[in-house]
Design a protein around this ligand. Structure first.
Ligand code: 5RP
Length: 234
């Protein structure tokens, strides 16, 4: 198998096992974003159909909104269901304490809102994502969503915190990437992050920062699909 095929297998196995272990009838679900979540939604839709589970799904992005609809799942909103039973999401990196870097797909703000209103947060990922400390595996920096008019002063403040910020640019369009919330994303290299909680607290205090891709002590468990087809649960 090629490396890409092994990665896809890892994502799919992790997603299927996570759903098998955690999905229950009548649940309100948070649906994360990214390529791994696609496998989870397909499995949720299959189970919902076979077992008539009466599930309701809240998206974390335009991508997951479309996924819910395309898979004929019931779309609801946080306004209607502010208490979520189970949030299924991917991650860019998972450390030994289950802290995460998220936002590689640019959806971190809605993902964090949904996660913070969920009783259980299950992360699904392939073997490339696991590390001891954040910043060991994910080398693109911590994604930070910012209000566009403030991005230059925010970059300066992030530099004084020891980071190397880059404005994320759009693909197939000249200029910056615009998030689902009409903001910019800064990808900030902080090297190896020993204390994600402290860093997150410092960044979040900068005016104009909407939120960070550091998800500290939020995840309940992570299912990580290995190259040999097994799944490690942490
Ligand atoms: C999007 C995210 C994704 O969950 C994260 O980037 C992982 O994506 P993938 O499953 O494609 O590796 O945080 O904002």
């Amino acid at each position: 198998m090629s490396e890409n095929e092994l990665i896809e297998l890892g994502k799919k196995n992790a997603a299927i096992k996570a759903i098998e272990d955690n999905l229950e009838k009548n649940m309100i679900l948070g649906i994360g974003s990214g390529s791994t979540v696609v496998y989870a939604v397909e499995e949720i839709a299959k189970m919902n159909k076979i077992k008539n589970l009466n599930l309701k799904c809240i998206p974390t992005s335009f991508q997951s909104y479309q996924l819910i609809i395309e898979n004929s799942l019931t779309l609801v909103s946080l306004d209607q269901y502010p208490e979520i039973d189970l949030d299924i999401d991917g991650a860019d990196e998972i450390d030994k304490d289950l802290n995460l870097i998220k936002g590689g797909g640019g959806c971190l703000v809605q993902e964090k809102i949904i996660a913070s209103n969920s009783r259980k947060i299950i992360i699904i990922a392939d073997y490339r994502k696991k590390s001891n400390f954040l910043g060991e595996q994910w080398k693109k920096g911590v994604p930070i969503e910012v209000i566009p008019i403030a991005y230059i002063p925010i970059m300066k403040k992030l530099t004084s915190l020891g980071g190397k910020p880059i404005l994320r640019m759009a693909k197939m369009k000249a200029g910056p990437l615009i998030t689902d919330n009409s903001n910019f994303i800064l990808d900030v290299d902080f090297g190896i992050i020993q204390n994600p909680q402290e860093l997150d607290q410092k960044i979040i205090q900068i005016p104009g920062v909407v939120d960070t891709g550091l998800f500290v002590k939020m995840a309940s468990n992570a299912y990580i699909g290995q190259k040999d087809g097994t799944i490690i649960k942490i």
